[in-house]
Design a protein around this ligand. Sequence first.
Ligand SMILES: O=C(O)CCC(=O)C(=O)O
Ligand SMILES: [Fe+2]
Length: 361
Amino acid sequence: MTDMPLLSDGILLPKSVQEMSMNGDEPPPEFHVKDNSFGCTYSSDLAASGSVPVIDLSLLLSSKDELEKLRLALESVGCFQVLYSLSSKAIGHGISSSFIDKVREVAKQFFGLPQEEKQKYSRAVNEVEGYGHDLIVSEKQVLDWNSRLFLRVFPEHQRKINLWPESPDSFREMLHEYSTKLKQMMDLLFKAMSKSLNLEENSFSDQFGDNPVMQVRFNFYPPCSRPDKVLGVKPHSDRSGITVLLQDEEVEGLQIVKDGRWITVPVIPHALVVNLGDQMQIMSNGIFKSAVHRVVTNTDKLRISVAMFNEAEPEKEIGPVEGLIDDNRPRLYRNVKNYASFNYECFQKGKVALEEVKLHA
Ligand SMILES: O=C(O)CCC(=O)C(=O)O
Ligand SMILES: [Fe+2]
């Protein structure tokens, strides 16, 4: 690692994954997966195309069966796909397939810009927002084979608009519209999740506060010559309440753990993937599972995904909802504030945040 630039709190490899991919370079050892800490062996042989429940958003608040399907999905894998209808009127949140095509197109155009242009939005040291790659912050860390653009979208007054690309032209407008629509969808999902557990509709959203944080992450995974050794994203669970993920329109790569095995989340037209995050696992007193997931690489196709995350206002304390604590199910987690920064501290120490907030009997 001698000729790598040394930053005050992290090391950046001299070449971006995009450059290495274009040159056909062998990924350096910093990217090689050795093992993982989630009890699943890293082996692509284990990955099977398994089923992930598909839920119709337009039925969620009116159909008991659909609500039951949601609850079962969240109690088992913490992941489902949600169909947004082709007709925007049918749902009310106004997501049409042509708008989804636009989001994908704009994301593709951004990642297709020359490196110097994208560097304009590159993040400052120790600041998570902006365009960039993994920094090495600990010796044990294995790097992810991706570039990404990470931005805060809500609360609106906290947007760092100078980090929002000016090119392509429609980027900012698209992102504002996309995040507004997804906020509505997340509100609806929070209500449905409460209802599915026989709780008051606002049980989860009240804990998130009036101005919950929302962030977006545009992920770009270039082809990789060693998919047997290198992951697009290592196994992790999201720190969010929920994550709504727009997968690439044709290239699969996302896998989740189901019954101790990795299964591929298939690409379904007109569907968004919903992953439950740690904050919802905490608020549901462990009834809902934060989905453990990863992204695999492939040798010849690039893949783009767009992940939208919500989290509680940092100064609000979150914890298990009272109605979900009883003698049979004692309180599993302590209350916690600012889970985002707590999660990052744990990551730097090689610890799992969700384990650290667990109450041990
Ligand atoms: O690219 C994907 O499918 C998933 C990305 C992901 O897990 C994340 O951004 O947290
Ligand atoms: Fe994730």
